[in-house]
Structures are given as C-alpha cells and as structure tokens.
Design a protein around this ligand. Structure first.
Ligand code: TEU
Ligand code: CA
Length: 556
C-alpha cells in the first residue's frame, strides 16, 4: 500500500470558539490556539483540523461564511492566522482548514447581490425557484428546518437551504461558482495550509428538477436521495482535484453525511483522484431512530462491532478510512458510548484504543483526550446551537412536552461537545477571564488539562502513549484489519497484520465483566502487552478475563 503522510497522521480537531480565549471576551480565538500549540504538540498529534474561522455572523458558529478571504472578528485577524500557521509549522504540526462550500452565509456579498434582483449576474450563484400555487417549490425538509426553502420578498422567489435559512445553498451547476471555490482554495493553499476538511461535500450536486419527495402528502420529507451523492458529485470533486488539489502536497477529508460504503470507496479510491478520505456517519447514527438523531437508542456493542468491521473490511485495499468517535456535532464519546461516571477513565481509554488502533486516519476531538463529558444544561436558554433551537421550537409548536424535549436535548445536543475546554481548576476552567459564550461544565474542577498532565494514569497520558505506539508501529497504520470472532458479544477483538508483524487488540465494550478466548494461532503472553488501561491482565488458560471496559493491545 502506498505510504502517505496523511495516512500516518493523527489529527486533532479544534472548535476555535470553545478552545481558548486570549482577550477576555469569553470567545475562543486564534491567539488562544497559538498559546496552546505546545500542549497539542505534547499530546503527539501531527495535524490540526481547524473548524471555520472565516468572517461569519455565526448563525451556525462559522459554518455560515460571509467572507472566505478574511478572519471572523471574534477570532482575530489574518495576521493572527499567519502567526498560528507558522508557529504550528515550526512545531512540525500541519494545519488543515474547514472548507464550507455547499452553502454560504446569507450575509456573503455573493448572496446579497444574488438576492438583489433576478437579473443580477450572481443570481445563479444560488438556487432560486418560483413557488407553486403560493407554496414552496417542492416539499423538501432541511437538516435544520421543516422546509428547505425560504421565501424572499424582494424578488418574490424562494431560495434553497439544506441547513438554516441563513445558509443558502450554492449552485454548483454554475461553473462560475465552482471557479470561485477553486480560487479561494488556491488562495488559502498559497498561504501555506496543508489541506481541507470539506463540509457536507457530498451534498453539492442536486438532482435536476429538484423533484418533490411525496407531492400532495403532508409531513416530513427527507429528500436525501435527491442531493446526497448527487449525479455530478464525483465529476465536481475530480475537477476540484485536477484544478487545485493535485497542485499541492495536501490532505483532504470530505464530510459525507449518510454516505454508503460503496460511495465512500468511490470518493477515496486513489486512481479516481477525488479525496483522500471521508467521514462516514454509520456509528454517529447508530443510537438514533428512523426519524433521525432525536430518537434515542441504547448503545449496542454488537452494532458498534458490526459497523466498525464493515468499514474496516470494506475500505481496506480500496479506499482509505477516517476514524472518529466524536466531533463538534456529536455528544462526548465517553458519555455517549462509554460510562462517564464510575468507569470514566477505563471507558475513555478503551475508546481511545479503538480510535488509535484501527486502519484509517484517527481524528481526536478537542477535550476527548482528557475525557471531557456531556454538559448537564438546565434549560433551553443555556443552549447556543441553531440545530437544537430549531428542533425545540418546531417540537413545541407541535405540542411536545418541554420536559421530555429537554431530556432528549440533554443527551443529543451538539452543545454537549461545544463547552469550553477545561484547562485548569481556575475560574471558568482557565478558558477565559471573561464570561464564557457558553457555560463551562461544572466538573472542570476535577476534569482539566492541568490535573491530567500531573496524573501519570490519566486519559491524557494514555492517549499520548497510544499515539506514540501508532507512530512506532507501521502495522497499526498500514496493517490489514482481521476480526477475531468472539463468543462474548461485548468483546471486540481484531488483529492488525503487516507482513509478519501482528498486533492483537482486545476490548470489552461494556460495563460488565467479559472474557476473550484466544484461538490456537494466537499466543498471548504477559511480555507482549503493548498497551492496556488496567494493570496486570487477568488470565485463565488461554482465556483473558476482561474487567469493565478493559482494553489490551498485544504485540504478537
Ligand atoms: O454538518 C453536517 C451534518 O450533517 C450535521 O449537521 C449533522 O447532520 C448534524 O449536525 C447532526 O447533529 C456540517 C458541520 O459539521 C455542522 O457543524 C454544520 O452545522 C453543518 O455542516 C452545516 O454547515
Ligand atoms: Ca477571545
């Protein structure tokens, strides 16, 4: 398999608003990130993924871009960005930016011109349609709102928005739009960045005619089949690769909401010259219901194993996986999949073992390396996320019980992972000297970076150790994934094999005791333990007795 730096990378995702505030306005910023680069380097990661920092009215915290060529006021200046980039590079850290080009902010000058008149030369930068009999052009529901259309008085037409109404979709059928995107990408690459994470990039091509899902039938009409991996998406990405990406030694990861395995292979097969890897969401969707994330299903170890094995086996030798268990759109992994009470240490370390021993580039979300947990917000007023508000307001309109809604929101809101990073036990966890834009989790007094660095048994030091293990063992990067079948459905075991190099990973995905039985060709001995989250693995014959969330990595 071809060796590439982005396959060997371990990525650290930064959500700037919540990372570190340098000027006391309660909002994280670029100088704040620069001040923490030594910490990021100490963790051992090699790439930073910086969530959007461009000028934005922050309807969706930067995923609504008003000017691609300037930095958001709250985060600082282009000079601050240059400093961050050069300080990162000085430390051997690469930096990739977040490319949000399925849509812009409605305050972007392109949209201001586009909406000003029907014959404006930027009218076709966006997707405008006449209504039908005084109603929306079709029955599409958006990710955030009951309708994907917003009526615009000025010209008496509707514009499409797959997200909030302040995030109008760009019209990728228009070559001028595509060239605008390639121009801004080139401008950032020429400033020295090392790649892009691409926001909902598999939604940029919509089916011609924008047909209704179920005309004349009222209700929730998820139109994903008309824009997820649409008809020209591969053509567009190949064009982007030819015109921009191929000119740089860069890394790309496409966020591919609801993508299938076959589509993900098509996006990432090297000879197709599209993207290096994609984020797939089967794990993120596994504890939701048929109508989406706000229905809650209990964590299922067997589902987790099935999905993970499917992607490991399905991609290897064809495309390249990204591996992630959390991000700024999802709850904290230790609360969602693990146990953030009695077994916080053990379960956070066990999931860190999954993240760092599978095939595919691992992505660590800020704060997961110290086992930060979901946030017990009290009321809807404590939240900040447009997606949470849209869900709450629509549900209340339909008469839902507010207390029941708050229970669901507490479990699934994106704000769970957007609370400020807990640096120390000082006021506001050392995140700001001002009033934080969103509440700090009250457990910061015991869960914080300062405490973690002092505690040799901390989740932080375990992450450090695994990142080092991955760096020193190419089998963990390039080795084949070989599942090791187990009786006990709570046990996830697999080999990584590269030539005659073999490593065995054994995980108890549950809070119960479990047992792993090694087949004859797997001889495990005490000397071969490369990493574990308990001292002294329990053994009987060729069985391993596993404690709650026990994780062991053997060099065979
Ligand atoms: O997310 C796209 C996306 O699919 C998510 O909105 C997801 O469906 C939802 O958050 C699950 O709770 C990207 C960004 O990561 C997200 O932060 C933005 O809100 C969104 O695109 C629009 O730009
Ligand atoms: Ca600030």
């Amino acid at each position: 398999m071809e060796q590439k730096w982005w396959k060997e990378a371990v990525v650290y995702q930064i959500y700037p608003r919540s990372f570190c505030d340098s000027n006391g306005d309660g909002i994280g910023d670029l100088p704040g990130i620069t001040s923490k680069l030594d910490y990021i380097k100490e963790l051992g990661v090699s790439v930073i993924w910086l969530c959007p920092v461009y000028k934005s009215p922050n309807d969706d915290n930067g995923y609504d871009i008003a000017d691609y060529y300037d930095i958001m006021d709250e985060f600082g200046t282009l000079e601050d960005f240059n400093t961050l980039l050069s300080e990162a590079h000085k430390r051997g850290l690469r930096l990739i930016m977040d490319l949000v080009v399925n849509h812009t902010s409605d305050e972007n000058k392109w949209f201001v011109e586009s909406r000003s008149s029907k014959d404006n030369d930027k009218r076709d930068y966006y997707i405008w349609r006449k209504g039908k009999d005084g109603k929306e052009p079709n029955d599409w529901t958006s990710f955030f709102t009951p309708s994907a259309w917003q009526y615009d008085e000025k010209t008496g037409e509707y514009y499409l928005h797959l997200f909030s109404k302040k995030q109008p979709d760009l019209n990728w059928e228009n070559e001028k739009v595509r060239n605008e995107v390639y121009r801004l990408m080139t401008w950032w690459f020429d400033r020295g960045i090392d790649g892009f994470r691409m926001d909902v990039i598999n939604c940029i091509s919509k089916v011609a005619g924008l047909p209704s899902v179920e005309p004349n039938k009222p209700g929730y009409h998820w139109a994903g089949k008309y824009f997820i991996s649409g008809p020209r998406v591969h053509e567009f990405l190949h064009e982007m690769n030819t015109k921009v990406l191929s000119k740089y030694d860069c890394m790309t990861v496409g966020e591919a909401a609801s993508t299938t395995l076959d589509e993900a292979v098509r996006f990432t097969e090297p000879e197709r010259k599209e993207l290096n890897m994609v984020f797939q969401f089967d794990l993120m969707n596994m504890d939701g219901g048929p109508d989406g994330k706000w229905q809650i299903k209990k964590f299922s170890p067997s589902e987790f194993k099935r999905i993970t094995s499917k992607w490991q086996l399905g991609m290897q030798g064809r495309g390249w996986n990204s591996v992630f268990l959390g991000n700024h759109d999802n709850p904290r992994v230790v609360s969602r999949f693990g146990n953030d009470g009695k077994y916080r240490y053990e379960s956070a370390k066990m999931f860190a073992t999954v993240l760092l021993t599978l095939q595919g580039t691992p992505y660590i979300y800020q704060g997961d390396e110290i086992g930060m947990t979901n946030m017990p917000f009290n009321s809807i007023e404590d939240y900040r996320d447009v997606e949470t508000f849209s869900f709450y307001n629509e549900a209340v309109k339909k008469g839902a019980d507010k207390q029941e809604l708050m229970k669901v929101i507490r479990v699934k809101s994106r704000d769970n992972s957007r609370t400020p990073i807990q640096w120390s036990s000082e006021k506001n966890a050392g995140f700001t000297t001002g009033t934080p834009w969103i509440q700090v989790n009250p457990n910061y007094t015991s869960i914080n970076v300062e405490q973690s660095r002092k505690d040799s048994d901390s989740i932080f030091h375990y992450y450090q150790k695994l990142i080092e293990l991955r760096k020193n063992n190419p089998v963990l990067v390039y080795g084949d994934f070989v599942p090791v079948k187990q009786e006990d459905e709570n046990v996830f075991a697999y080999l990584r094999v590269l030539g005659n190099e073999r490593m065995l990973v054994v995980l108890n995905l549950s809070a119960e005791n479990a047992s792993f039985s090694a087949s004859d060709d797997i001889c495990i001995s005490e000397s071969s333990v490369a990493a574990s989250n308990y001292s002294q693995a329990g053994k009987a014959d060729n069985k391993l007795l596993l404690r709650p969330y026990e994780a062991i990595v053997f060099s065979l």
